[in-house]
Structures are given as C-alpha cells and as structure tokens.
Design a protein around this ligand. Structure first.
Ligand code: PHE
Length: 339
C-alpha cells in the first residue's frame, strides 16, 4: 500500500523532469509499460492476503489512472512546446527581399537581325542560310569575280585550304539559292562573314543581311521602295534613302545606299560627319552574268540584291562608338538592351 504512494511520487517527479516527449515516453514505460513498476504491482496481487486484495487492487488501479492522467497532461504540453520550437526554427520570413537571379537580354546584333527579319518577312521575303565555310566558286567566281580580280584581295580573305575559305560575304548564298530555286525569288539571308580587317568600325568577324529579289520586270525602283520602308521602320519615320553609284562585280549598276542621319534629321552632325547622310549598305541590279551562272535567263528575269552589315546598323541605331563592344560581352554594356 505504501509502495503506491512512493511510486506515485517517484513517477510524478521523473515525469516532470522529462525534457522531451521522447524522455517522457521512457518514464511512462518505466511505470506503466509491460515491465513497468505499476504493472509489477498488479502482478504481485497473488501474494497479497485475500482479504486485503480488493482494497489493494483498487489502490493500484487508482494509481494507474492517476499516472495515466499525469502523463497525458505532460505529453500534451511537451508536444505543444516541441511544435512551437519547430515552427520557430523552421519559420520563413516572407517579407524578406528575395535573391534576384540575373536576367539576360537579347544582344543588340540579335535585336537588329530580328527586326530586319520582321521588316522583310512582312514584304514576303523568306530566310535562307548558307554555309560559313565556302569555296571560291560561290564566294567569288559565280559572283562574277574572276580569279585575277582585285576584289579577291580587296576583301582580304581568310583561306582555309586550297579553294576553301571563310565566306567574306553572304552574297555567296544568292548563288546557292538560285541553283536550287527558280524565280520568283525573295530571299533574306542573315549570317556571319569574315574578313582580315580590324579597327574601331571593322571586326574580322561580323554579320551581314543579304537580300535578293528575282522576278520578271524587277528594277532598281523596287529596291529603293523596299529600302525606304526598311529605313523608316529601322531608324525614324522621316528617314529617307539616297543611292550613289558604286561598283560590285555581281551587280550592274551597283549602288551604295545612304540613309538620312536620324541623329540630326539630315542637317549635319558629328555622327554623319556633317553630311546629313550615313552609308548603310551596298546593292544593285543583279549582273546578267550571275543569273546566267545560275541557269536563270537574264532576258526573261531581272533582280536586285543588297547586303548590309548588321553591326553597322546596330551601331548607328543605338549610337555605339566601337564595334568591339559588340564582342566583349561586358554585362554593363549588354544590360542596356533589356526590353
Ligand atoms: N556583298 C557586298 C559586300 O559585302 C554587299 C552587296 C550585296 C552589294 C549585294 C551588292 C549586292 O560589301
């Protein structure tokens, strides 16, 4: 009988001292578990004198119930405390500013290329991409540039091996397309080109956009009409074009095309060196010889072609002073083109 008092006290003390629900469970097992002290008391019933047994049984049961109550209360408290601690340690401050991941932007050359494609696709041009490694036939010979023609040195070509070179102009694509497709043709050909050239406005690798139109009755007027549209969309609503006579072996007549300076509106400023005009591309009526080389009858068909440097357009449009900025990939420069 006295044992029950002692056990109650002992259990209560140990239970209150348990610091976690896990420790509390262990204390509970020590008393109420299968090998526990209270259980042992019940097992010892048979040794108790028969007349005392009912009273003893009652006491032990009362002890068990009391202990169960105590453990239940303490368990609930321990669990609640542990939950609070977990919530505190795992809590996230949703008002804290997040870590921003760096966001990219399209490169100005890509921006201009996409815009050019947009403008000319709207006029019905289709994209054609030729290879960057060309042979002399496509880059020069078929474009009416004979073996001893000064243009071959003029272009300062990177030769790879006998007869093979890095294309110096996307004009090579004109031939490749005309060999495959009969007129009517409206081709737009973007791509990298390579020349041994290197200063603030020239880079050994740059991008060109080639255009070729071949059909019945195509004239230089059609070219100028399309280029006017291009200049207005690319530069300013008031932009105009001007054709000046020039020379390319693959066009006759050949022209150099100027766009009125968008910075000063044609009045003259440092950008246009006081002339009011900026040269943006080469063009011309496709030379009869070139059509013949591709099996197109020059008496039935005529065409025009143009080629422009994409870097040059980007530099004019965005006021970029040095072409090297376009290949250095300085993030501070590139960030300025975020849409
Ligand atoms: N291919 C010439 C160049 O690289 C540009 C051009 C293209 C001229 C088409 C006339 C016609 O300078």
């Amino acid at each position: 009988m006295e044992d029950t008092e002692r056990i109650l006290e002992e259990a209560q003390k140990e239970a209150e001292g348990a610091e976690s629900s896990r420790a509390l469970y262990e204390v509970k097992m020590k008393f109420l578990g299968r090998a526990g002290k209270v259980t042992a008391l019940l097992k010892g019933m048979k040794d108790v004198a028969a007349e005392l047994r009912p009273a003893f049984g009652k006491r032990v049961n009362a002890l068990r119930e009391r202990l169960e109550e105590i453990f239940e209360g303490l368990e609930a408290r321990a669990k609640e405390r542990e939950m609070r601690e977990r919530l505190a340690s795992e809590s996230v401050d949703v008002t804290m500013p997040g870590r921003r991941s760096a966001q990219g932007a399209l490169h100005p050359v890509t921006l201009v290329k996409n815009q050019l494609i947009d403008i000319f696709a709207g006029m019905g041009f289709e994209i054609f991409e030729g290879p960057e490694i060309e042979n002399e036939y496509y880059n020069f010979t078929a474009l009416n540039t004979p073996a001893d023609h000064p243009a071959r040195d003029m272009q300062d070509t990177f030769y790879i091996s006998d007869g093979f070179l890095l294309r110096t102009q996307t004009s090579a694509g004109q031939i490749r397309l005309m060999e495959k497709k009969r007129p009517p043709i409206k081709m737009l050909s973007p791509g990298r080109v390579f020349r041994s050239d290197d200063d603030a406005t020239h880079s050994p690798m740059f991008h060109q956009m080639e255009g070729l139109v071949v059909d019945k009755g195509v004239t230089l007027c059609d070219l100028q009409g399309m280029l006017d549209e291009f200049a207005r969309t690319m530069f300013a609503e008031t932009s105009k074009t001007r054709l000046r006579p020039s020379y390319f072996p693959f066009t006759e007549p050949s022209v150099e095309v100027d766009v009125s300076c968008a910075a000063c509106g044609g009045k003259g400023c440092p950008l246009c060196k006081g002339t009011g005009w900026i040269e943006v591309l080469g063009a011309g009526v496709v030379n009869r010889r070139v059509l013949e080389n591709c099996g197109v009858d020059p008496d039935e068909y005529s065409g025009f072609a143009f080629g422009m440097g994409i870097e040059r357009i980007a530099m004019l449009k965005y006021g970029i002073g040095n072409i090297k900025l376009l290949t250095e990939n300085d993030v501070r420069f590139l960030e300025q083109f975020k849409g």
